[in-house]
Design a protein around this ligand. Sequence first.
Ligand code: DGL
Length: 260
Amino acid sequence: MKIGFFDSGIGGLSVLHHAMKILPEEEFIFFADEDNVPYGTKPREEVLALVESAFEFLVAQEVGAIVVACNTATSVAVRLMRAKYSLPIVGMEPAIKLALDLFPARKVLVTATEITITGEKIQALIDRVHAREFAELKALSELVEFAERMEFNSPAVEKYLRAEFAAYDFSEFSSVVLGCTHFNYFKDTMRKILPPHVKLLDGNAGTLNYLIKLAGLQTSPVKKIPRVEYFYSGRRVTSEKELAQLEKYLRRLDEMYEVS
Ligand code: DGL
């Protein structure tokens, strides 16, 4: 099946990277809205309009399913997109349920963009998984800009994260939930700063399991690089320079894959 993966930028590549490993027999279209990233600090109506045009583009490519590999776009628009289109649409969900399943009754620091943190969807999730007493929310919007600049583990990234995490007593927390797909590029720096017992949890496996179920796909152990077409805001990525950059992001994700 041809599956569309969509993000405001390069964060969604982390979900696609995982999909390429477990679903090598499928075909993928990756749409990064590079002309409009970041979404997380924009007004919600503006993000909704951008998601609508990305969906129009992907549906015109005759994809059989769409993964909204962006927590921010999921928060703003996934319900509306499901009402508008009949194909399987899978969004991101910050891994709060996973955190509480693994570490019952322990505090969880949920990191995401401004829009996700302040949206109704995350409040509904917190209620649904009975996390009211345990989930603390923290926006780390600048990580999106760092990721887009390919600045993954510089002193500036470390300084930013140390400052943002300084207010928390991590002896009380079991885990940090990465509720933005761009944050997957920073697992090593977070690991360096956080105490060893604090686990880093992303929503990639959960999203892909749901995709597999909803679209009736089969995982495969075959080692094969699937066909992927890359688009930046509707423009096909063909230049050697941009393809080499995408390759560099994928290699970074290889390095971060096992970090938890
Ligand atoms: N990657 C997106 C997410 O998962 C958001 C990044 C942005 O602010 O554009 O929320």
